[in-house]
Every structure is written in structure tokens, then in C-alpha cells.
Write a protein that binds this ligand. Structure first.
Ligand code: GLC
Length: 716
């Protein structure tokens, strides 16, 4: 894909000095020079800068950022194109992670929508908005599989499942990059953080990850394999080490696996300062050595730590880095710049776009991302209701946008209170006063038909460098729930969160629980759409909700224990812990609707099949009927899991292998068919070799990973 530009890239390289080549491998921010633009312009003119990252800090996810300015970028680009010796344009990158001016749900939320087409459409919107501000490259999608919700960055990724990660990768990359990164509405995407960053021990950001190769290939690689197969143009190397090998300094991970095995052709950019951090990790004794190790490992573009620009020339002179290695890195970067048409169209173009349409898409995706965890029949509410509204998030705006929101505006974000007022027709909403000791919550509850609590966590406890040791709800919110629970009215909890919180302590005190996540610009409107029944909830969580914080890690796709103690699936959970119940509060794939669905007539078109026939392309067809037996037309995400019962490498108790989100009218039944092929039934060994072994497979099809609807097939 990008290699077709190799000859053109090599022509350019043949004219470049070593210094100009090294300049192409250097990415910096504008910030150090914002007060000294002349210095920056001189560096650009010298050909010392291949890329600018439009961020003012390494943790742009939560630090307020200066707003983008396309005119400034075009002015700087003009210097690169017209004043530098070879006129090679720079590529401008920014963390346009889950939205730009219009903010979409955090990825962990949008994964729960299980709606790849809608996700792709929203990410195309993001690309259009970013381009209109001069941004040609985004450091997204984040594809880190994670089983530990203490990790602040779990919110940025797909959750605990590799199949969801691969689906998200495809949808986001198609959205960002379209059919070709040279399309006028396409931006270059970046699959990150390669690899294993989400396995940080204790959920502590930047920490050691212990991942065996087979686990790496079967859990952490699939999303990146999908990204490469979807034509991802860039990959970001991660901060972490795996079993003592820092990824950013590892030829095994960055070249042998990513390029040789997965076939990645684009370029690798390090995470911010990740090259220099090899010294703090103890792999290198100087920034110079960091540069030598990272470049030889396969990092092409050095983000913001000047290791390459300061050291590569002398490393070449000392024979520690070859010019060929540098040429290869430059070639990869130039191939992407050529492929995206940067030489023909180096300047940003302030194109108009339909913001209202983007907001409508954001509202739709948010509405499909929210997960109804409990409902004792109290929802949906009537728009004539008298509502007592309380809780710290009832007038919150910024947190609803979520972390890694650089350009969405708090002041443009509707609060939950405002959205409820908008939604009510003849109803009324009475708000809890939050001032000081005065607390009118009992009073407002006495006037109301129902109590709605706006609960959750701040965006500032999520994202980079924002891990928590305890995923419990805050004490004050638990107290509020306990108090409201005693007032004799139905209590609805709406949770505006990034990560799954441990809710066992409050679950019994709430008559309904709507997990609204941090769903971006339209969070509040979408939550009200569900609250009042304009949207029937359809979200299904892609991360397990543990009962207690102390149950972490708890994830659905684990392997079987040797004793009958697979507590996640209800097998003697009391033998997991003697002091608490080790089953999930809400399992992977769980989410309620306002209607009810009945699954029946699970069938499989063959009881057995030879491995050879499967390998030759024969499929296994699995079908099931899904009936809408309730009072609302609704969507249901039908999930198909397999269990490879016996294999040379222990296989997970359940593996999601397909899903279909179907719309079913009330009192109607639809037949849902799935096709299983050779590529669905195998696994990778520790060398990354794919294999399918004969034997019995259980196949589960249902509403979440705990479904009992089971059939079997035997591979002979
Ligand atoms: C940060 C993050 C990464 C982000 C990059 C640029 O440290 O780890 O996700 O894209 O730096 O801001």
C-alpha cells in the first residue's frame, strides 16, 4: 500500500543530506517556540522538522490545550514547502481521539454500541472537522486491550475483548482514512499504543506489563492485525515494557512482529518521549543510546524528546547507526506523506461542514453506547413527571465530554439538568441545592414522583496518568444514594463515568441504573432520550463490571482453572474468595432494553466437519430466532461465542467471534444467521503461527457472554 511510493521516496532521499534525513525523523511541538516563532521557522527552513504535533503538553488528554489555528499551520508549512532546500512538507498531528469540535463518546462507551457502521460514520465526521482546522494526522484509534479498570486509559480503548478491538480498529480507521488517505476528507490514523500498554501492572500507568507471547498474539495483537489489514498508515510505539523488553526499544515487537509478521508498511512514531524514557527504564545509559536502540528497533519518527535530531548524526559517524537504517525510516515517512497527497496539497483548507448533522450523529452514537444495567420498571419516565434531581453531575458539562477532548467546548455542552428541562413537557424538575450545609433533597423528593441522581466520576480521574487504586463510587455519592433510598420514592441512578465502577454497594438501593459514560457533546441529550423513552437503550458493555474493586482483574475470556472454580461463570465462586462473591456484577456483553427478547431455535447446519474442508473454505452456519416479547421496538446485539474445549494451548471459556445488532419490532421475530470459518476457530501459538485444532467446540449465541444457548460442532 505505502510501498508503491517507494521509488518516488527514494528519488527524494537521493537528494537529501544526512541532516535533512534526520530532520524528517524529528517531531516537535510548537509550544517551546510559541514565543519564539522565528526560531521555529528557522528550524523548519533548515529542514530539521518532519512533523509538528499540535499539543502543548505530553498529557494533552486532560490539560487545557491552545486552540488550533489553521492559518499558523499554513504559514509554517509554507516555510517548509517554499523556503527549505527540498520543500518537503511537514505532517501536522493532533490527538483527535474521539472527536474534534463535535465530541463523540469515549471509545470504551462507543464500543458498547456494537454499531460499526455508525462508528465509522462518526469518525468520518471527526476527520472532516479536523481537516477544516488543518490537522492531517490523528493519534487514534487507541486499541489497548485492558482488563483493569483502575487504569485511567481503559476509557480510551475497546475494553477486554480482542474481537471488539479488531472491529473498532476497522471502523475507526475506515472512518478516518476512508478508502484512501489521499481522499480530500481523509486524515491519517495511528493505531496505538503498540503494544501491551493496557496490561500495566496494578493498572498503574506506564508500569511493567507481563505478557507471554501466546497471550500477546491471541489477546493484544488482533486489534493491531486488523488495523494493518485495514491499511493503517501509522502506529505508535508504547511506553511499557513487556517482560523486561521495552517495546519502543524492541526489534522483536516493532519489526519482527509488526512488520514481518503483520505486514505493516507505514511508519512508527514513538509515544511522547518514549525514546528518551528507555534511559529511565534502564535499557540505555544516554539519550544517544536511546536513539540508537529505538531507530534500530524500528521507531521511525521520534516524538518530542529530540533524541534523534540531537544524536543520529554522531551515531552514524561512530558507525552505531547505518545510513541505510536512516534512509529506511525516512522512506517510510515519505511514503505516507506521498500517499496522503501532502506534496500536492500541503496546506489546510477551511472547508465548511454540517455541525448539526455531526451533533445528531453524536447523539445517536451516545444513545446506542449507553448501557441500561438495571430497571425495576421505573424507566422510561413520563415527560409529565415531577422529577427530583440531585447529584454532583446534574449541572456538570466538561466531564461529559470525557478525557482526551482537546477541542470540544465545555460551554457548548448541554448539562443533564438542562436536557431534562428541555425534554419535559408538563413535568417539573426540582433540583437539589448544592450550597453548603443547606440540603433540600428531602423537600424536593416530597414534591416529586421520582428521584433521578446524576452520579459518576470526573474526566480528571480518567485518561493518561489518571489511574485510581479504588474504583468505588465516591463516599458522598454513596451517602446520597442511601439517603434518597429512604424517601419512599423510586430512585434512578444515571452514571456519567469513563470506566466501569464497582457498584455492588449501591446496586440494591437503585431502582434503575443507566450507565451514560462520558459520551461527548450530546451525552445529556442522549441520556434524556433514554430516560424518557425516545431512545430504547441497546448498549452492551465491552468490559466486565466487578462487584468490588478488590475483584480486579475479572474478565470474561479467561481460561479454565484446573479445579471447578470458574467463578465468572458461576462455578463455585465461593471458592474464588471466601469473603465475597466473585461473579461479575455485570458481565461482558451485558445491557438491558426496555423490551424483552427471547432466543429460540438455535441451530447449526452440521454437527461435524473435517479440518480440511474448513481450511478449504467450508463454513459452519449457526442460526437463532430472536423474538421481541415486550412493548417497545428495539435493537438487540446478538453475540456469538465459541469455546474450544480441548487444545494444545488453553483456550478461553468464551471467545466472542461475531455479533449482529438487529432491529426487531415488538411482537416480531427475526432469524439471525452467523457464518463461522477457519479464521474464527483457531489461535496463535507463541511463535505467532495460526492453527486450528480438531476436537469439540461449544458455540453460544445470546444476549451476553453468560448465555446458556449452546450448540456444538466437532472438527474432525
Ligand atoms: C501521550 C499519549 C499518547 C498521545 C501522545 C501525543 O503521551 O500517551 O496517547 O497520542 O502522547 O499527545
Amino acid at each position: 500500500m505505502y510501498k508503491e511510493y517507494r521509488s518516488k521516496a527514494r528519488q527524494i532521499i537521493s537528494k537529501m543530506t544526512l541532516k535533512e534525513k534526520i530532520g524528517q525523523l524529528n517531531q516537535i511541538t510548537i509550544t517551546p517556540y510559541s514565543n519564539d516563532m522565528d526560531k521555529l521557522k528557522q528550524l523548519i527552513k533548515n529542514g530539521d522538522i518532519g512533523s509538528l504535533i499540535l499539543a502543548s503538553s505530553a498529557t494533552a488528554g486532560n490539560d487545557p490545550q491552545g486552540h488550533v489555528n489553521i492559518d499558523v499551520y499554513n504559514e509554517l508549512q509554507k516555510i517548509a514547502v517554499e523556503k527549505s532546500r527540498l520543500g518537503i512538507p511537514m505532517i501536522f498531528g493532533r490527538d483527535v481521539i474521539h472527536g474534534h469540535r463535535t465530541v463523540y463518546p469515549l471509545p470504551l462507551a462507543s464500543a458498547a454500541a456494537f454499531n460499526d457502521k455508525l462508528l465509522e460514520k462518526c469518525y468520518r465526521n471527526i476527520a472532516v472537522e479536523a481537516l477544516a482546522d488543518g490537522i492531517r494526522w490523528t493519534f487514534s484509534p487507541m486499541l489497548d486491550l485492558c482488563r483493569d479498570p483502575r487504569w485511567g486509559r481503559i476509557v480510551e480503548g475497546p475494553g477486554e475483548d480482542p474481537y471488539v478491538g479488531a472491529s473498532m480498529a476497522r471502523a475507526c480507521i475506515r472512518g478516518f482514512q476512508g478508502d484512501n488517505i489521499s481522499d480530500p476528507d481523509s486524515i491519517v490514523a495511528c493505531a496505538k499504543h503498540y503494544i501491551g500498554y493496557g496490561a500495566a501492572e496494578g493498572g498503574k500507568d506506564y508500569f511493567h506489563s507481563e505478557i507471554g507471547d501466546a497471550t500477546l498474539y491471541n489477546y493484544f495483537v488482533p486489534a493491531f492485525r486488523a488495523a494493518v489489514n485495514e491499511g493503517i498508515a501509522t502506529v505508535m510505539s508504547s511506553f511499557n515494557d513487556i517482560s523486561g523488553t521495552p517495546v519502543t526499544g524492541s526489534r522483536k515487537y516493532l519489526t519482527d512482529i509488526l512488520r514481518e509478521q503483520l505486514g505493516f508498511e507505514g511508519f512508527v512514531v514513538s509515544d511522547w518521549g518514549a525514546v528518551a524514557q528507555l534511559q529511565h527504564m534502564g535499557l540505555a545509559q544516554s539519550k544517544k543510546e536511546c536513539a540508537q536502540i529505538a531507530l534500530n528497533a524500528g521507531v521511525d519518527l521520534d516524538m518530542c524528546d529530540y533524541c534523534y535530531i540531537d544524536n543520529l548524526e554522531s551515531l552514524v559517524e561512530e558507525g552505531k547507526v547505518s545510513v541505510d537504517t536512516i534512509d529506511l525510516a525516512v522512506e517510510r515517512i515519505l511514503c505516507v506523506k506521498l500517499a496522503m497527497g501532502l506534496f500536492e496539497h500541503p496546506y489546510g483548507d477551511k472547508k465548511e461542514y454540517n455541525k448539526l448533522e455531526h451533533l445528531n450523529d453524536a447523539r445517536e452514537l451516545a444513545g446506542e453506547s449507553m448501557v441500561l444495567l438495571k430497571n425495576n420498571g421505573v424507566l422510561p419516565l413520563n415527560k409529565n413527571s415531577k422529577i427530583a434531581l440531585a447529584g454532583p453531575f446534574m449541572k456538570e458539562r466538561r466531564s461529559l465530554l470525557g478525557t482526551w477532548t482537546l477541542d470540544g467546548l465545555e460551554e457548548e455542552t448541554t448539562s443533564f439538568y438542562e436536557a431534562i428541562v428541555e425534554a419535559l413537557t408538563y413535568g417539573e424538575v426540582f433540583c437539589q441545592e448544592m450550597s453548603g450545609l443547606f440540603d433540600n433533597s428531602v423537600y424536593i423528593a416530597s414534591k416529586a414522583d421520582v428521584i433521578v441522581l446524576a452520579l459518576g466520576e470526573s474526566h480528571l480521574t480518567t485518561g493518561e496518568r489518571n489511574s485510581v487504586s479504588d474504583i468505588s463510587l465516591s463516599k458522598s455519592q454513596i451517602e446520597l444514594i442511601n439517603k434518597m433510598h429512604t424517601l419512599g420514592k423510586k430512585v434512578v441512578g444515571v452514571f456519567f463515568c469513563g470506566r466501569p465502577l464497582a457498584l455492588e454497594e449501591v446496586e440494591g438501593k437503585l431502582d434503575a441504573i443507566l450507565y451514560a459514560w462520558h459520551c461527548g457533546s450530546e451525552t445529556a441529550h442522549a441520556a434524556c432520550d433514554i430516560l424518557f423513552g425516545d431512545t430504547v437503550p441497546s448498549g452492551k458493555t465491552t468490559v466486565t463490571f466487578p462487584r468490588k474493586p478488590t475483584h480486579i482483574p475479572l474478565y470474561y475470556n479467561t481460561t479454565s482453572s484446573g479445579q471447578p472454580v470458574n467463578g465468572y461463570y458461576g462455578e463455585n465462586p465461593e471458592m474464588n474468595y471466601t469473603d465475597s462473591l466473585a461473579t461479575p456484577l455485570y458481565p461482558f456483553g451485558y445491557g438491558l432494553s426496555y423490551t424483552t427478547f427471547e432466543y429460540s431455535d438455535l441451530t447449526i447446519d452440521k454437527q461435524s466437519l473435517s479440518l480440511n474442508a474448513l481450511k478449504q473454505g467450508e463454513k459452519i452456519i449457526v442460526s437463532i430466532n430472536v423474538s421481541n416479547t415486550g412493548n417497545f421496538d428495539a435493537k438487540e446485539t446478538v453475540q456469538l461465542y465459541i469455546k474450544d474445549k480441548f487444545a494444545s494451548l488453553l483456550r478461553p471459556l468464551r471467545e466472542l467471534k461475531a455479533y449482529k445488532k438487529v432491529f426487531i419490532n415488538r411482537n416480531d421475530t427475526v432469524k439471525v444467521d452467523f457464518e463461522l470459518s477457519y479464521d474464527d476457530l483457531g489461535f496463535y501459538n507463541e511463535k505467532g503461527e495460526y492453527t486450528v485444532e480438531s476436537g469439540e467446540f461449544e458455540i453460544y449465541v445470546g444476549e451476553n457472554c453468560l448465555t446458556k444457548n449452546k450448540t456444538n460442532v466437532n472438527l474432525l
